[in-house]
Structure formats: C-alpha cells, structure tokens
Design a protein around this ligand. Structure first.
Ligand SMILES: *Cc1c(COP(=O)(O)O)cnc(C)c1O
Length: 361
C-alpha cells in the first residue's frame, strides 16, 4: 500500500534528535511558556522574516486570536475563500463576525481576486486569505484592494509553511498570519500546536496576553483571553523539525513536478503549475468528474487518497446561514477533487507507481 502520508516515517527520520530534545524538556522541569517556546518563536520569526512569532494551541486558535486582537465591531464582514477548510470560517464566526464567501479560480483552487471587490461593503474589515494546498494567493491583486478599502490582510498559513511570493515568505505577506503545526502539516508537531506571525508590535503584545488568559502580569486580566499556549514539548519538537522544512518542501516540489510532467490521462485534470517558489505542495490535488470511481480504482491498486474537502462550508449543517447564495465553482471543486499521495518520505518508486496507475485509469 502506498499511504497518503506516512507520519511515522516522517518523524522517525529525526528520531534521535527529537527524543533528545524531549528528554531535555522533561529534565528542565518547566513545561508551559518557557525557554523552548521562546527558542522556537525566535527561530520561526527569523524563518518567516517577521518581527514576532507567537506560539498558540492550534491553527484555529491562531486565526481566532488574531481576529479577537483586532476587536472589530460585532457583525463586521470578513472576506474569505468559499473553498477552504472549515477552521478558517470558524475563526470568523467564533468572533461574532460575518464570513463573506468568495469563489475560487478553478485552475488553482485559490480565492479569485477578480471576484473580491464586488463583495466589499462598508462593513468589511478584513480579508482572510488561505494559501490553499500550499500555493500562495495572488497577493498583488489582494494588496491593491486592501489598500484601496483600508482592509486588514490576515493569512491562513496552515498549509503554506515556507512558501514565498516574490521572495516574501507566507506569514509575512499581510498584517498577521495564523499557522497550524498539526502533525500532518508541512511543519508538524506530535500533537496540536499553532503560531501567529506579525510585524505589528501592538498587535503582538495583545496576542501574547490573549493566549494566556488575557493577562500580561499574573492574575491581572486586561482582556477576556484564552488558554491557548504552545507547550514546551511541542515547541522543542518544532525547533528540530524547522531545520528540515526547506529540504522537505524541496522533495514535495520534486514529486509535484514529476506528477505534472508525467501524469497524462484526459480523465484527470492537473492543478496549474504556477510559480515554482510560491507553492510548497502541502497537497497535490487533481480533479476528475469520475472522482469516486477513480478513488476506488486507486484503492484497488493499493494507492491511498483523500478528499480535501468533500463538503464546502456553505453546505454544512453548522452553516445554514451561508446557504443563501450558491457557489457553483466551489461545489464543483468539492465534487471533483482528490488528493494524491505526496510527502517528504515518498520514494521515487512510489511516485512512479502512482503515475503508472493513474495513467491507466
Ligand atoms: C489545518 C488547518 C487549519 C486548522 O489548524 P488546526 O491546527 O487543526 O486547528 C486552518 N486552516 C487550514 C486551511 C487548515 O488546513
């Protein structure tokens, strides 16, 4: 079986180093908000070229805390892609704000910048972008709109660790960015973990308080905060794994290039190639109007695949209020996408096998 993602192998590649860092943390006797977190935050700020990196409990909290820190008026509108993971939308509604969904471009699955302006009203405060499947959004168009309408740009970087757009790292392309370090992401911990990057000193100060009960000084609460901290064990693991992120992303890029060049089947639509450095290929997502049949066929041939994502936010039971509009491109994507295996530990034999099987469908 070619697994979709072999997490065990990914982490075993750094077994000794990770275990040593965990034993050091164990022996330190300090497990929350300590030196390991500070070290990782410094390393991650340096990596993204931002002034501040702040560890939090998970990716959803990262996005939610950014919005909380901006303190927009209740029911303010936040522009967000209709085609994304539910967490992006949850971060908005959790803050008593209104998600305004915008359709993607079907060629690269990311928000269609041409369609944003028509959705901006006097209540719009921010654009929450998602660099989906590892590919940076069209920032030139988005920056121009944000400037014209005085909107904050918040990046959802849960799938784009290490991607760059015109030489600028994801996480440094807007006003603030949320990262997830969930185990299966390009940079993954061994449990839940997340982070926020920003160049805004005031915002960073507020976020540091918000993640820790809204307190700067113990037992003194200036905000109604959260308990959302990146713990020392996960921080220690992430500092080790960050060293290998660029090399891992390079393997992903090579696999993606191989797929793009060698998959030749008119029943399968490949993603747009796009700019090489602006995609870290968190997922390699193809489309087929016989998606379910294709998935069964791959399974019979020992290739595991996943669907990202089968049901869009506006068709979820939890978001009936978003179902007043239809989003046909998003729905088409959800009905047709299927993610092929891609990961830093996939062998070239496995990649070739996938191509061979896909081409015979
Ligand atoms: C994974 C993910 C999140 C949420 O991250 P968690 O750490 O699971 O909370 C948010 N947005 C996107 C696009 C994701 O893929």
């Amino acid at each position: 079986m070619i697994p979709f993602l072999n997490l065990k192998l990914i982490n075993q590649a750094h077994r000794e180093e990770i275990i040593r860092s965990l034993m050091d943390t164990f022996d330190s006797g300090w497990y929350i908000l300590g030196d390991r977190l500070r070290e990782f935050e410094n390393l991650f700020a340096k990596y993204t070229h931002t002034k501040h990196a702040i560890g939090v409990g998970n990716g959803l909290d990262a996005l939610s805390i950014i919005l909380k820190a901006y303190d927009f008026k209740p029911q303010s509108e936040v522009i967000v892609p209709a085609n994304t993971y539910i967490a992006t939308i949850l971060a908005i509604s959790q803050n008593n704000l209104k998600p305004v969904l915008v359709e993607p471009r079907i060629e690269d699955y990311n928000i269609d910048v041409e369609k944003i302006e028509a959705c901006i009203t006097e209540n719009t405060k921010a654009i929450m972008l998602v660099h989906l499947y590892g590919r940076c959004c069209n920032m030139d168009g988005i920056n121009a709109l944000a400037k014209k309408y005085n909107l904050k740009i918040i990046e959802d970087c849960a799938q784009s660790h290490g991607a760059t757009y015109n030489g600028i790292k994801a996480g440094n392309l807007g006003d603030a960015a949320g990262f997830s370090f969930y185990p299966g992401k390009n940079l993954g911990a061994l449990g839940d973990a997340g982070g926020i990057t920003t160049n805004d000193d005031q915002l960073a100060k507020k976020i540091i308080a918000l993640r820790n009960y809204g307190s700067e000084e113990k037992y003194v609460n200036i905000y109604k905060g959260y308990n959302s901290r990146l713990d020392e064990m996960q921080a220690a693991i992430l500092s080790v794994k960050l060293k290998y992120l660029d090399a891992d992303n390079l393997v992903r890029k090579n696999i993606a290039s191989y797929y793009l060049e060698h998959i030749k089947n008119n029943k399968i639509i490949l993603p747009e190639k796009g700019n090489e450095e602006s995609n870290v290929w968190h997922l390699f997502v193809v489309r087929s109007n016989e998606r379910n049949k294709f998935q069964t066929y791959l399974k019979e041939n020992n290739i595991q695949t996943l669907i990202h994502y089968p049901i869009p936010a506006h068709l979820q039971e939890a978001y009936k209020e978003l179902n007043r509009h239809s989003y046909p491109i998003t729905e088409k994507i959800c009905n047709e996408v299927i993610s092929l295996p891609i990961s830093p530990v996939m062998s070239m034999d496995e990649v070739q096998k996938v191509v061979e099987v896909v081409n015979q469908f």
